[in-house]
Write a protein that binds this ligand. Sequence first.
Ligand SMILES: Cc1cc2nc3c(=O)[nH]c(=O)nc-3n(C[C@H](O)[C@H](O)[C@H](O)COP(=O)(O)O)c2cc1C
Length: 207
Amino acid sequence: MPEKKSNLGNPKGSRFPTIRKMGPNILLGVSGGVAAYKAVELASKLTAVGAKVNTIMTENACRLIGPKSFEAVTNSAVFTSLWERSEKYKIGHISLADWADIVVVAPATANIIGKIANGICDDLLSTTLCAASAKPILLAPAMNNNMWTNVAVQRNVKMVKEMGFQLIGPEKGRLANGTEAIGRMSEPQDILEAIEEMASKIKRKKK
Ligand SMILES: Cc1cc2nc3c(=O)[nH]c(=O)nc-3n(C[C@H](O)[C@H](O)[C@H](O)COP(=O)(O)O)c2cc1C
C-alpha cells in the first residue's frame, strides 16, 4: 500500500495550509478511552502545524495518561476540573468554549457521546461542550465493538449527528482486547485532515 506523504516535520511544507495560515485555537477534549495516548500525537501534530492547543481531560482520561504529556507537546495548559483554577490560568468552561475556533474530542467515549446527546453537564469536558454548541465540534469515537454497536450508543451517535456534531471513525482494526473489529479511533493524521477541512470552512465563512 502506498504510504501517505507527510510534511509534518517540515514547517514550510504545503500540507494543512489553512491551519498553518490561520493558527486556529483548537480545544482538545480527551475522554477516558484506551486511545487517549494517540491524542498526544494529535496534540503534537496540531501544534507542529501552527494550531494553538488547549486540552481538557476527564478524570478517567487522567487515569489512562498524564496531563503532563499534553502540556509538554502543546506548551499550553491542561484543564481537568470545573472547580480548580490555577493562578496562571484563570479560565473556566465558558472562556474555553469562547476561546475555541474548533473543538475536537479524541478519543470520544461512549460515555461522553451519551452526555452530549442528553445535555448532561457534570464535569469540565461535558459542560464546556455544552457551552460550545455554536462552535464546529469533531468527535473521534473509540470503544470496544460491542459498545459501539450497543443500541443506546447508536441512538446517541444518531442524536449527536443530528445536533450538528461531526464524527470521524471509528475504524475497523485491532482493538485493545486483540480482536479485529469496528471501534478503533481514527489515526491522528486522518483527524488532522478533518480539522484542516473544518478550518477551511471557517475561513470561507469569515470572508
Ligand atoms: C483500561 C480502560 C480502557 C477503556 N477504554 C474505553 C474506550 O476505549 N472507550 C470507551 O468508550 N470507554 C472506555 N473505557 C470505559 C470508560 O473509561 C468509562 O466509561 C468512563 O466512565 C468514561 O468516562 P469519561 O467519558 O468521563 O472519560 C475504558 C475503561 C478502562 C478501565
